[in-house]
Design a protein around this ligand. Sequence first.
Ligand SMILES: O=c1[nH]c(=O)c2[nH]c(=O)[nH]c2[nH]1
Length: 294
Amino acid sequence: MAYALPLHQHGKSKVRLGRVWRDGNIHHMVEWNVDTMIESDMEHAFVKGENTGMTATDTQKNTVYVVAQRMSQKCTVEQFAIALAQHFVRTYPLVSKAKIYVEQKPWNRMQIGGLPHDHGYALAGTEMRTVYVTYDKAGKLDVTAGLKELSLLKTTQSGYEGFLRDEYTVLPEVNDRIMASTVTCTWKYTTQPSCYDAAFSAAKSGLLDAFLGPAKSGVYSPSVQYTLYNMAKNLLDRVPQAESVFLNMPNLHFIPVNPVGSKFNNDVYVATSEPHGNIEAVVTRRGMMPHAKL
Ligand SMILES: O=c1[nH]c(=O)c2[nH]c(=O)[nH]c2[nH]1
């Protein structure tokens, strides 16, 4: 019995990429999560098991990176999606319609000292301020303030070199990479600040300044570990009432892509969230006890 096949289509979902356009020292960065879907004359694949003429979903995924690289001028997500859809329809005679869905992450250029940062970004609207308070019968009050889900990214001024190499190591050494993290930080007050808001602002700006560096030059990071330590140090320098700082920083990898038929040109990256590195430490003033995470 032959049945009708009124709808069939195939595509690739959740193709994540970072695209950086470098305009001298000023970098423009977007992160996109792309779904492709194509309608094509492929009934024979479904009904007879013949794949002749099929644009594989793997090819569709590769094409996302190729087209992203071909967008040589900074472009909008709409312009990119149109270029990708047109590419599929114009390249493959059996494709009658391409449907492209793209989500753009809200990475916003940071302001440092009132100036737009050349290459530093933060994710809008994700960060939360936290506090953990204990108070006992003896009147002992402990306040541990913090923040979580502060997502930061810089498109340059980060590298990772000189680490141990053995038969299990394939990671290349680099002195220019994207560094991205979602920061969780808590700090315990030895004495209570007169204004918790001011202490929080000082703490947060200490963290940001150490991660991003000055707006026009940034600051070089040889590892997430070193940056994390400097973020904690900055916090302790600027918040005298804090005695101990805990920082957790996943290392969210953006992996350089060689688009098919082309080469990585500091432009297109696979955006990933898993697996990710995970770096954490407690930094205290000398003689102070580290505080528990929570
Ligand atoms: O800054 C980094 N620290 C690491 O410990 C590490 N490990 C790794 O694979 N890449 C990186 N980057």
